[in-house]
Design a protein around this ligand. Sequence first.
Ligand code: HEC
Length: 155
Amino acid sequence: MKRALLFFIMLPWLPADAGEPGPGMKRWYTPEQVAQGKALFARHCSECHGKNAASTPEWRKPGPDGHFPPPPLNGTAHTWHHPLPLLRRTIREGGIRLGGKMPGFQEKLSAAQIDAVIAWFQSLWPDNIYALWSGMRSPTASQPAFIKERNPGKR
Ligand code: HEC
């Protein structure tokens, strides 16, 4: 009985639109994108975000320079709070212009390559995290602080 109740309470968090990916359902990317993204990540991102996108366990603590370390992208931190257009923009533009430390990659990576990198790190996310991400309703609700300062309507 309690279990059934919990199920109904949890329902709003699950993707409501037909065809949207959810637990055990299809994800937006292909295995080819994941494979391409893996190589690109190793080349461009792993020096900061770690080989398996796990970064450092200390990612919540600012360093001596007051900046936060690169967060893990493997589903254990808050990357799943950010919708796809925002993830794309973060990688394109980086965080330096917003007071962060990540360089932008728009000169180095094409839009398709950026999508492949996102596909790879999302392939590390367990289904429950992916489902929460894909069920997100408000694209601007949970932008990271360093992005919030910028025009939230523009993506
Ligand atoms: C020089 C170190 C560095 C490199 C290289 C780097 N990042 Fe980052 N990244 C950071 C830091 C630091 C942050 C936190 C925001 C900031 O300070 O700009 C961040 C934030 C992010 C975020 C936002 C995560 C969140 O949960 O809010 C994403 C997504 C991301 N990086 C993806 C990538 C990808 C993909 C690459 C490779 C194409 C990459 N980064 C390369 C340092 C780096």
